[in-house]
Design a protein around this ligand. Structure first.
Ligand code: SF4
Length: 350
């Protein structure tokens, strides 16, 4: 068995920051429970580990007692939700990824300029709900080209499109092409709204999957960018399956030891789960791991200012426990007694 381990994979800068925020909020506000509005990131293990530390996840602010501390998840929230939190005098900490905030700002700006905004994304995804809430009267969500005839367009010359940050770049290209065909004067956002982490993880799969028999994506079913990685694999002709952890491995996916399997992970999946999957496969079939670097990443986001201030006031160093953005490190310890060969290849090398 040969496992190709895609790099980049797993945690992005936004997820690291959001996890840091909850981790540190638990210490800073240790005298009371910390509430998180929605799953902090879409990964059941990350959420479960925080639940074990006493963090309470809620889907309604009504569940947070007045004056309580609530963290907004990495996916962002609408202004109406922020106003609701203020009304209830909640202590809010905003763990929205800055790249999601950037799309919110674009929505506000274009709506102020009188544009109708076509938001390409998944209607029920938390991020899209939050972004659409910035200018509900100006924004219509487009999930597929089939939605285009149903749109209500007041002036085809005063239109702009924005996108969810975690879309498949392949699918987004199809929808954007259809929008441009229907509305030739539609304005583009200043830069791609699909974030660097989504783009890079998809690029790695697109590049590596063709030489593999199977692609395993470690991530949760409600993680948009994880699901998209399985679709990208399928787009280049290799079966992609999503699994939360090694316990979900289905051995019928494998035809024997003479396979090459690409292992990657969505932006919210912890590295120890990736290692667990590799360990399980190698434990059964034997073989080796080859690390493939496709794109290097060095993006990092600061903790929100309010949390930094609260930490400093309590004599805590906001930088002390930060999860630094580095490529995931593969160590023999993560793989237990399983013998493995790890070889790193430079970008583009074969
Ligand atoms: S996937 Fe992209 S937009 Fe989402 S948290 Fe990560 S960096 Fe931010």
């Amino acid at each position: 068995m040969k496992i190709l381990l895609a790099n980049p994979r797993g945690f992005c800068a936004g997820v690291r920051m959001a996890i840091d925020v909850v981790d540190q909020a638990v210490d800073v506000f240790s005298e009371q429970p910390v509430f998180v509005y929605h799953e902090i990131v879409h990964n059941k293990h990350v959420v479960g580990r925080f639940r074990d530390k006493g963090v309470v996840f809620v889907e309604s602010l009504e569940e947070v007692p007045e004056g309580g501390t609530v963290v907004f998840s990495a996916h962002g929230v609408s202004p109406a939700l922020r106003a609701g939190a203020e009304k209830r005098r909640l202590n809010t900490i905003d763990a929205t990824c800055p790249l999601v905030t950037k799309v919110h700002s674009e929505a506000v700006r274009y709506a102020k300029q009188g544009y109708q905004i076509l938001l390409v994304g998944h209607r029920n995804h938390q991020e899209v709900i939050g972004t659409a809430g910035e200018a509900p009267e100006a924004i219509q969500v487009v999930e597929s080209p089939e939605d285009i005839p149903r749109l209500t367009i007041l002036d085809p010359n005063k239109l702009v499109y924005l996108t969810q940050t975690t879309l498949s770049t392949d699918d987004a290209a199809v929808i954007i092409r259809a929008l441009k065909k229907a509305f030739p004067n539609i304005k583009e956002p200043p830069g791609s709204d699909i974030c660097y982490a989504t783009t890079n993880r998809q690029h790695a799969v697109r590049q590596l999957a063709p030489e593999c028999d199977l692609v395993l994506v470690v991530g949760s079913k409600n993680s948009s960018n994880s699901v998209r990685l399985t679709e990208i694999a399928a787009n280049v002709g290799t079966r992609g399956v999503l699994l939360d952890d090694a316990g979900e491995i289905d051995w019928s996916w494998f035809t024997g030891a003479e396979m090459t399997v690409l292992v990657t992970a969505g932006a919210s999946a912890p590295e120890d789960l990736v290692a667990g999957v590799c360990r399980e496969i190698l434990g059964r079939f034997g073989g080796e791991i080859e690390l493939r670097d496709v794109v290097e990443e060095d993006v990092e986001f600061n903790l929100p200012i309010g949390l930094r201030r609260a930490m400093t006031e309590r004599g805590m160093d906001p930088e002390a426990k930060r999860l630094r953005v580095t490529s995931p490190v593969i160590t023999q310890e993560m793989y237990g007694a399983t013998p493995l060969t790890v070889s790193a290849r430079k970008r583009g090398e074969r």
